[in-house]
Design a protein around this ligand. Structure first.
Ligand SMILES: Nc1ncnc2c1ncn2[C@@H]1O[C@H](COP(=O)(O)OP(=O)(O)OP(=O)(O)O)[C@@H](O)[C@H]1O
Ligand SMILES: [Mg+2]
Length: 474
């Protein structure tokens, strides 16, 4: 039963601290929980040191009897201190069977659960494992919140100003029927954003049809898009509607529109002007209700200059044009994406990878990312699969560690830079949440405020929330 509460593989990494002054009992408890990472002590001084150092997930704390009120008060004081030091730690208050009030007081102060002696290994085991489960659920919840906090739009990760601006533009334009042109280099997320336009529009319950104009040979693209009547050409055995018609009511994503052949550009212009489609060999225009989103990584103005792209079509498709910046221009995004992707890939491939080594962090920040997010995704995927240890190293990513530049030889400058970088990084990971960022850095919130001022960092750049609701501004 107890095993069902948490798979034993996960229990292995869980830290339990036992605080019990009876030596025999302590040994018995260590025995019961030998499958966990157990540390035990009998003194309150050492308990505080251990809590600070280990940040245990669960503390099994023998409060003793309630017969001596002074001792009981001391125990409750210690409990409070433990929770102050490590607020996420779950405390199980163990008491003599006649010390009900003491147990209740402990829970009132923040203990997760209580247990009355005498010792019954089976029952206590359930109580302890339940506390670990609560801790685990809280952590899971944190991860989810952290993840959504670092999303500029559902499913789109980014903390940079430039990506936020893109997402705000998408949010605004999505509910309208405007034709959107997404401009951006390969791998910047054009398709992801096209799907976001559809998802945030009133058409989200209908089809999203993506057509890659570069992937389909010119002669097939026309029948693919417009369909054909029976007998329109050799091989047209039966009347077949095209993709535009099939998407009626929904959204059509014309990817790589810059590659569309000239003959089709004229036909496409008519679709946009008249909102009708005519099958090949057909005579009657069929009315269409379509949202059209286009994308290209080509410079359309150049193609217009050389006559390869019609300017009238360009004006039609770019009612709203949104430029998606390359990854190297998105301050803070590459690292954040890398961190989220490491977790995702580790989960997907069942690997124990947990994070990025310092040399990987430096390499990610120094790399130019010519293949943008797609390149990052591929490198992280490969690294997570190949990494030997629990962290991804620069070499796993196939990147060079840029090392410290010569300026770092000046210790004061080096410290200052490292400090500013750590602050930015923690804010990025915490989605701008100051309490969380301070916790990640291991400093108090006032200290974090000082660091922000000293390094001229604007925390609001990194996210919406500035403080967790449970920890109101002091
Ligand atoms: N901001 C982002 N957050 C999370 N994932 C992203 C982001 N941007 C891109 N991706 C992911 O990166 C990959 C490439 O994105 P996408 O296919 O949308 O780019 P693209 O601009 O269409 O690329 P291409 O020009 O190569 O077709 C996808 O797997 C996508 O999910
Ligand atoms: Mg694409």
């Amino acid at each position: 039963m107890a095993q069902e509460l948490l798979p034993s593989a996960q229990m292995q990494r869980r830290k339990l601290l036992i605080l019990e002054n009876d030596r025999g009992l302590r040994q018995e408890l260590e025995q019961i929980f030998s499958d966990l990472d157990v540390t035990s002590t009998e003194t309150s001084e050492e308990a505080l040191v251990l809590v600070r150092r280990l940040e245990p997930d669960v503390v099994l704390f023998d409060l003793g009897a309630a017969r001596e009120p002074e001792l009981a008060q001391q125990s409750l004081g210690l409990l409070r201190q433990i929770l102050n030091l490590s607020p996420d730690t779950k405390i199980i208050a163990m008491t003599e069977h006649d010390a009900r009030e003491l147990a209740v007081a402990a829970v009132g102060l923040g203990a997760t659960d209580f247990y009355h002696k005498p010792l019954d290994g089976g029952v206590l085991s359930i109580v302890v494992r339940r506390a670990f489960r609560i801790r685990e659920l809280e952590e899971e919840n944190w991860r989810l919140r952290e993840r959504t906090g670092s999303m500029a739009l559902d499913g789109i990760i980014g903390v940079s100003d430039s990506m936020r601006a893109v997402c705000r533009a998408i949010e605004k334009v999505a509910p309208t029927n405007a034709t959107v042109l997404l401009l951006g280099d390969s791998g910047t997320g054009k398709e992801l954003l096209a799907r976001a336009v559809h998802r945030l529009s009133g058409r989200s319950h209908l089809q999203f049809v993506a057509i890659n104009c570069a992937a389909i040979p010119d002669n097939l693209l026309e029948s693919e898009l417009f369909g054909y009547e029976k007998g329109a050409f050799t091989g047209a055995a039966k009347t077949t509607p095209g993709k535009l018609e099939a998407a009626n009511g929904g959204t059509v994503f014309l990817d790589e529109i810059g590659e569309m052949p000239a003959s089709l550009q004229a036909k496409m212009l008519r679709v946009l002007q008249d909102r009708t489609v005519e099958r090949i060999g057909g005579r009657t225009p069929i009315p269409l209700d379509l949202r059209i989103v286009c994308a290209t990584n080509r410079k359309l103005d150049k193609l217009i200059g050389t006559g390869e792209f019609r300017d009238d079509l360009f004006y039609r498709i770019s009612e709203v044009a949104i430029r998606i910046p390359p990854l190297r221009e998105r301050q803070g995004d590459s690292l954040l994406l890398a961190q989220v992707l490491v977790q995702e890939m580790a989960e997907r491939f069942g690997r124990p990878t947990r994070g990025l080594a310092p040399d990987a962090i430096r390499a990610i920040q120094a790399h130019g990312w010519p293949g943008n997010v797609r390149e990052l995704e591929n490198r992280i995927k490969g690294a997570v699969i190949m990494a030997e240890g629990s962290v991804v190293m620069a070499s796993d990513l196939g990147l060079e560690d840029p090392g410290d530049d010569p300026e770092y030889l000046n210790l004061r400058v080096a410290r200052q830079r490292a400090e500013a970088q750590a602050v930015r990084q923690s804010l990025a990971v915490a989605g701008g949440n100051l309490s969380r960022a301070a916790k990640l850095l291991g400093v108090t919130r006032p200290t974090l405020y000082d660091l922000l001022a000293k390094n001229q960092i604007d925390a609001t750049q990194f996210g919406r929330a500035t403080n967790t609701p449970e920890e109101p501004e002091a």
